[in-house]
Design a protein around this ligand. Structure first.
Ligand code: F6R
Length: 612
């Protein structure tokens, strides 16, 4: 996601910051900035939208900005579009406090209101500017010092943060604080570095301190002092980093895809927390009112590839929870259909990149017919996000691997929350069921962690699939939607021919393809459809299939039918897809690794399909 680098030492800071930020480019970003101190109280803040190259050219690669202490940032927009104004560093109006921030401040609206009452005004749309001004407010109100005012702010802020702060009165110092957002501090040759990720400072030092949650550090040249939230000084061990530079960029994972698979619990939680507070969904940030939701009669979900598969799963959830009629359409087909959309329809476009040409064209064609539109989009400020009337941002962060995993999972979450909010606004759900379903959605991250903790078993089984030519995925209802995604993952990164079928369709043709050893992966999480799918499994088994079952703990009888069974935790069946998809992602990943393919960049594919 965003990248942070800070430096205080005897060299010029700007080139160190730009060099460090360049090492974090793989994380993806839309704007960048630096703030440099010249040892007195003069500060220069330079920030711009776009690639680091733009900032590099503006500053002659750092050589045009003089000063030995500074902080830098590459931003991946979450609050406010990518722009120079929203880029970090942010500062208080008198530049008393200047900071960069990674993470999300969940209660920034509430804090903004509090500060507005104290006369603060805001230039940007970011949550970071609110944090900066909160720190400034406490600094001036209590007149105690940097650590104290940062602690006071930390006690008020809800959410996640890695903060690097500079104060006018302390020109050679940087203060950092963190909660649930990574940050490391390194020391070498009488100079001190801070970064959100190892690669940024690996060139300068391998000796680092890991700053813990709710801890604060004061960085001086060649010296760091740590404090806990009670403002007591604490000591921390120095750790040596042994990774090579490339491994460091992937956070120790062999591929971005595996890293992104592991990020799913966190980004799902972020996406939930962006609209759920105290057990209630608020769509204020999405800009979709209950009145509008009540007026809708027909929903169209339009998307491509994996995002289309999300639509397939969400269709079942909306139809189960509401009386709405839902159609899921491939954007490439929808855009050329001569469909007349009714006035009281909602067209939902799902897109990670927000730039997929067909999805964008579908959005425009819906708008042309005067129909209300909603984007479920990951990239802030992308074309679909800009052009849709309402936008639900998934907070997956930048996805580097071409095959989507974490963006897909956050899109599912957005779809569930949308379904639930529709049901609530239209009075089609009881308060008890609503509360129960919110709590089930909240349980998803921990349940995914549990599946990931057993990934070695999936890895072991996947090694046996490396030589296969074909694979079939079957399921019914939501399990069918997940089968479509499992099948796409398998074919796109492992180059194994694979098909997904609604289990009930097997008899209508595909079953003739089953022969001795054909791999059939069956997703069976829906209690009402369990027996039906198991009988389809028995049918393929008796024709020689090598059968894999993905089902819920408790369905142990499946072991009598399938050759290999993967169990996922119990959850309300409406959300089971969020769990059953994880083993399928892992399976395709391990098969691709086993075949020695370039997992993150499969042949012929692009991350963002901006042409038809
Ligand atoms: C598959 C995959 C693609 C995308 C599709 C839509 O792993 O990533 O199928 O889902 O190209 O892309 P977005 O979501 O950017 O519109």
């Amino acid at each position: 996601m965003c990248g942070i680098v800070g430096f205080t030492g005897n060299h010029q800071a700007a080139p160190v910051l730009l060099d460090g930020l360049a090492k974090l480019e793989y994380r993806g970003y839309d704007s960048a900035g630096i703030a440099i101190r010249d040892g007195k109280s003069n500060t220069e803040i330079i920030k711009e939208k776009g690639k680091l190259k733009v900032l590099g050219e503006m500053t002659d690669w750092g050589n045009a900005v003089r000063g030995c202490c500074g902080i830098g940032h590459t931003r991946w927009a979450t609050h406010g579009e990518p722009s120079a104004l929203n880029a970090h560093p942010h500062s208080s109006d008198d530049e008393n406090v200047i900071a960069v921030h990674n993470g999300i401040i969940e209660n920034y609206q509430e804090l903004k209101e509090k500060l507005s009452k104290q006369g603060y005004t805001f230039k940007s749309q970011t949550d970071t500017e609110v944090a900066v001004k909160l720190i400034d407010y406490y600094y001036k109100k209590y007149n105690e010092g940097p650590v104290d005012c940062i602690v006071r702010a930390m006690l008020r802020i809800r959410g996640s943060y890695a903060l690097c702060v500079m104060f006018k009165d302390y020109p050679d110092e940087i203060y950092t604080a963190r909660k649930d957002s990574p940050m490391i501090i390194g020391i070498a040759n009488g100079e001190t570095y801070v970064a959100s990720d190892v690669p940024a400072i690996l060139k300068y030092t391998r000796n680092v301190y890991y700053i813990g949650n709710h801890e604060i550090a004061r960085l001086e040249k060649g010296k760091v002092t740590f404090y806990n939230i009670d403002r007591e000084e604490i000591s921390k061990p120095l750790t040596e980093i042994k990774w090579d530079a490339e491994a460091a960029e992937k956070g120790g994972y062999e591929h971005f895809m595996l890293k992104e698979i592991h990020e799913q619990p966190k980004v799902i939680l972020d996406t939930i927390n962006s609209v759920v507070q105290n057990g209630q969904i608020s769509f204020e940030s999405v800009d979709l009112s209950d009145d509008v939701m009540r007026s809708i009669r027909q929903v169209y979900i339009v998307a491509c590839g994996s995002a289309y598969h999300v639509g397939m799963a969400v269709q079942y959830v909306i139809e189960e929870l509401t009386s709405l009629s839902v159609r899921v359409e491939l954007a490439s087909e929808f855009r050329y259909r001569k469909m007349s959309l009714q006035d009281n329809s909602l067209v939902i476009i799902i897109s990670q990149s927000g730039e997929t040409a067909d999805s964008l064209a579908a959005l425009r064609s819906a708008k042309k017919q005067g129909v209300r539109t909603l984007g479920i989009v990951n990239v802030v400020g992308s074309s679909i996000a800009r052009e849709a009337e309402s936008v639900f941002y998934t907070l997956a962060g930048p996805e580097i691997s071409v095959a989507t995993t974490k963006a897909y999972s956050t899109q599912l979450i957005a779809g569930y929350l949308l379904a639930l909010q529709f049901a609530k606004a239209r009075a089609e759900i009881t308060d008890e069921r609503y509360a129960q379903l919110i709590s089930e959605i909240n349980s998803i991250p921990a349940k995914i962690e549990k599946i990931l903790s057993d990934k070695e078993r999936i890895q072991w089984f996947s090694s046996k699939l490396v030589g296969i030519k074909d694979a079939f995925f079957i399921g019914r209802g939501i399990d069918y939607a997940i089968s479509l995604e499992g099948s796409l993952k398998m074919k796109e990164i492992s180059y194994i021919h694979s098909e997904a079928y609604a289990a009930g369709e097997l008899k209508h043709g595909p079953i003739s393809l089953i022969e001795d050893g054909t791999v059939v992966i069956s997703v069976v999480t829906q209690p009402e459809l369990y027996e039906k799918t198991v009988s389809n499994m028995v049918e393929v088994k008796s024709r020689g299939a090598n059968l894999v079952g993905v089902t819920t703990y408790g369905n142990y009888a499946m072991e009598d039918t399938a050759d290999f069974v993967i169990f996922v935790p119990k959850i309300d069946p409406l959300f089971a897809g969020s769990l059953s998809v994880i083993p399928l992602q892992l399976m395709s990943y391990y098969v691709s690794v086993g075949k020695g393919f370039d997992v993150d960049k499969p042949r012929n594919l692009a991350k963002s399909v901006t042409v038809e």
